[in-house]
Every structure is written in C-alpha cells, then in structure tokens.
Design a protein around this ligand. Structure first.
Ligand SMILES: [Fe+2]
Length: 300
C-alpha cells in the first residue's frame, strides 16, 4: 500500500475483562502460547512474538466477562493527528490526542464507535526489539470480527474515518483492509447484536495452526469449526471457545494484497452445496461456536 495513505496499520492489542484473570493468564501462556510481559494494577499483559509490547491485556471483570477495548496502530504522529481530525469531523468526539499513560506508552487518542465500543489509535508505543516469527506461537492479532446491526455506519467509520478499504463481502461478512498487505484487519458480521464475533491470532504457518489445534484439544478446548481454508483472505482457520468461552481463532497464510486487489461480492464467494471451506474438509461449526461468537459484550 502507498505510504501516503492516512489509515490505521493494524490491530496492536485488545483489552478484555475476565472473572478469573489468573486462570485466563495460565490459559493464554500455557495453551494459547503467548508470553507474560508485565503486571500492573491488577492487569496482566501478554505478548506474541511480534514487536508489540503486548497484544492482550487481561483485566478483572466486575460482572460477566467482556471485551474492554481495541487498540489500533498508526504509522506516526502525523498520521494519528490526521486520523484524529477525521474522527472528530465525523462526530465521534475523540479524546485529545496526546502522550498515553498506558503501560506501553505512545501517542494517540480514543473514541467510541456507533455502538459504543472503545477504540484507541496509537503510534510510537514501546515495542520489543525481538519480533521474529516463531513456530507454534502467535505473532500478532491478525484480525478482529465484530457483530453489528449497523453495517452502514460502521463501514463509514472504518473507511472514511480510519482509512480502511472494503475489499470483499461474502454473505453477512464484510472485510476491511488496513494500511498493510494483510487481506483484512477488521471484519464486520451483519447480526442483530453489537458484540464480538471473534479475535484471530496469527500463527507463522499452517503447521503451527495444526500444532496449536492439537494443543488446544489436549487441554480440553476442542476445535469448534475447522481446520479449513477460507475463501475471502485465503487464510487457514481453526476456531475455539477459549477460557471463559472467549471466541478465538488461530489463523495463518493470510492473502497478501495491494491496491490492485479487486472487490468481490456475495455472488462470487459462494460455496458448492455442502462445502464450507476451500479444502472441503471442515465439518459445520458446532452449536456451541454459534452461541459463543455472539456472547461477548463490550464495556460501554
Ligand atoms: Fe476470522
């Protein structure tokens, strides 16, 4: 993508609230294969092997487990400021852009989407020098899928405010590309609730997705849908109900695109009867997955 594009560059991290943060941290380190990097004021921070200081912050919940916020990355301060102007002009009442007090520092602002979900846009945060992809360990958050009944206002926010590009639409799913080569970074799912659909952690390769799937199975978290290869994005997928029924995906081999990629709509992304992925190997998703992919509310 062009370096002059004013757009977010990816998902830096998410913050979640769990009833038992210690148990959740054990799951994310021992089974999901993240690493703990810090603890402060009751919050546990976990990293992938990529450079981001952390990709997951686990807060204690004071009610049902839920999503807290999504932290998006931007290239530099000029880009953050340009995005801030757009978000303010769009009527989203962002906080003043400035130095963050967060554990990973940086410069940015926050705002709430049309459904009240909290987003942050951040640059210049403290990152790790080591950022290599490591077999069988998540590298970064690849994409986040949000359920919404407000496809049009959410699409307007993602494209006109955050500079993302709608690159595909398959049935209820709308795929948005950030300023990076990954096919999509945010996906919207047309649904009657403003909840989380799932969070996808990117593994270095197919072998890692398979190893992770086996490790999840051994730990009592069987695959709920997959393993398969999606149509849009061409990525390998395996979906799980994680600790506290958090909807999780291991993914890899995401299609890399540039500005020449052309949009295809639902008529193009149709499977033959009985097929749910490119390989034709995954069974239908479980009833439990269907329930869990609408379960997580956002703090508002
Ligand atoms: Fe996904």
């Amino acid at each position: 993508m062009s370096t002059s594009r004013i757009a977010i560059t990816g998902v830096r991290s998410i913050a979640i609230e769990q009833a038992d943060p210690e148990r959740a941290a054990r799951f994310y380190t021992e089974v999901w294969n993240l690493s703990e990097v810090a603890r402060a004021q009751g919050v546990i921070y976990l990293r992938g092997t990529g450079g981001a200081h952390h990709i997951l912050a686990i807060h204690p919940s004071h009610g049902p487990a839920r999503m807290r916020s999504i932290v998006l990355s931007a290239r530099d301060r000029a880009c953050v400021d340009a995005l801030h102007v757009r978000v303010a002009a769009g009527g989203f009442a962002p906080t003043v852009a400035g130095e963050r007090s967060a554990i990973d520092g940086g410069y940015g602002f926050s705002f709430r989407d049309p459904a009240g979900r909290e987003f942050e846009v951040v640059c210049d945060a403290h990152d790790h020098a080591d950022d290599a992809k490591v077999a069988d360990r998540p590298y970064k958050i690849g994409h986040i899928n949000l359920n919404t009944a407000m496809i049009e206002p959410m699409t307007h926010m993602l494209t006109e405010m955050l500079g993302m590009r709608l690159v595909d639409n398959a049935g209820t799913q709308f795929f948005f590309n950030a300023d990076n080569p990954d096919h999509c970074t945010i996906v919207l799912c047309r649904y009657g609730m403003e909840t989380l659909n799932h969070v996808a952690y990117e593994m270095p390769d197919l072998e890692s997705v398979m190893r992770g799937t086996g490790r999840m199975h051994d730990a009592g978290y069987p695959v709920e849908w997959g393993v398969g290869r999606h149509g849009p994005g061409d990525n390998v997928f395996a979906y799980f109900c994680g600790v506290e029924e958090f909807p999780l995906e291991y993914t890899s081999e995401v299609l890399q695109i540039d500005e020449t990629y052309s949009f295809h709509g639902p008529d193009f992304w149709k499977w033959p009867a009985g097929r749910l992925d490119q390989w034709g190997v995954t069974p239908p998703h479980t009833t439990r997955w269907k329930r869990v992919q609408t379960l997580y509310e956002f703090a508002r």
